[in-house]
Design a protein. Structure first.
Length: 289
């Protein structure tokens, strides 16, 4: 299944989503044009590192790749591809965008009291860990997923809510400013472990089900849902190489695999930062008083 075939079959707009491409480019232009002038408005603002810039750029690429590239078309026919989309959009992409956002941009964001209070509520570790995982499990109930995959409004609404709650989920681990909830290193390790436990039941249900759960991936989708439009499609437009049950099991495995790799990498990063902090601490601060 080549890119040329997908473009010819579904059309350039459905395959490549130029509207989302434009939005992604505009966000990138806004980021790189604002970080300089905004930095000078904060006396103690540190320069934006190359690592941060690359992290934000890769995060934007993943945002487009997950929602607007041919991966979106393929995800309507193959559940395994759909789960790869989910993994990139909700587990990896927020990490990159938050890591690439300098502290002074966060401070500019929370300068308004209502924004700061809202973030303090929704990025609290308990709502943060519960909202995303509950919504993720809710979305993967067969009746909900089948409805979302065949209704543009429901599809985009759930995708937007999952994106927002994914950012809330990662904020306690990655927040660069104390105005937004920031955990100690030990609490971060426990928080990430709790996330890995809470997401497991949804993946296990998908992997170990004895029959296909989703009508969309048995009889095929009826419409192609993209961020800014929908288009009628049918199963004959795409050659599916796997049986629905094998495809479903592969999807659960891929989701769990990406989740374990992502959470494992963040755990290792947090532990290394904790170790460096303890190592650099003067000996007299380690002694009991």
């Amino acid at each position: 299944m080549t890119l040329a075939y997908l473009t010819e079959t579904f059309g350039f707009r459905a395959t490549w989503n130029p509207e989302l491409m434009l939005v992604t480019v505009l966000i990138g232009i806004a980021y790189f044009s604002l970080i300089g002038p905004l930095r000078h408005t904060f006396a103690d603002a540190e320069p934006v590192s190359l690592r941060q810039k690359l992290s934000f750029a890769f995060g934007l690429l993943l945002l487009y790749f997950g929602m607007g590239s041919p991966l979106n078309v393929s995800g309507h026919y193959l559940f395994s591809i759909h789960m790869v989309q989910q993994s990139l959009l909700y587990l990896v992409m927020p990490l990159l965008l938050i890591s690439g956002t300098p502290a002074f941009l966060f401070r500019h964001l929370v300068a308004r009291r209502w924004v700061r209070r809202a973030l303090q509520v929704f990025t609290h570790p308990i709502p943060g860990v519960l909202m995303f995982n509950a919504l993720f499990s809710f979305y993967h109930m067969p009746v909900i997923l089948d409805l979302a995959m065949n209704n543009l409004l429901m599809h985009n609404l759930i995708q937007l809510l999952l994106l927002i709650t994914a950012f809330f989920m990662w904020m306690p681990v990655l927040s660069p400013i104390p105005e937004i909830h920031r955990l100690s290193h030990l609490k971060k390790l426990a928080y990430i472990f709790a996330n890995s436990v809470l997401i497991t039941p949804a993946c296990a249900l998908i992997m170990f089900a004895g029959a296909p759960l989703y009508e969309t991936y048995v009889n095929g989708p009826t419409i192609l849902c993209a961020p800014f439009f929908s288009a009628p499609i049918d199963k004959s437009m795409f050659a599916v190489p796997l049986s629905p049950l094998d495809d479903q099991r592969l999807g659960g495995i891929l989701m769990k695999l990406v989740q374990e790799i992502t959470y494992g990498a963040v755990l290792a990063y947090v532990f290394a930062a904790w170790y460096r902090k303890e190592k650099d601490q003067p000996d007299d601060q380690l002694l009991p008083h």
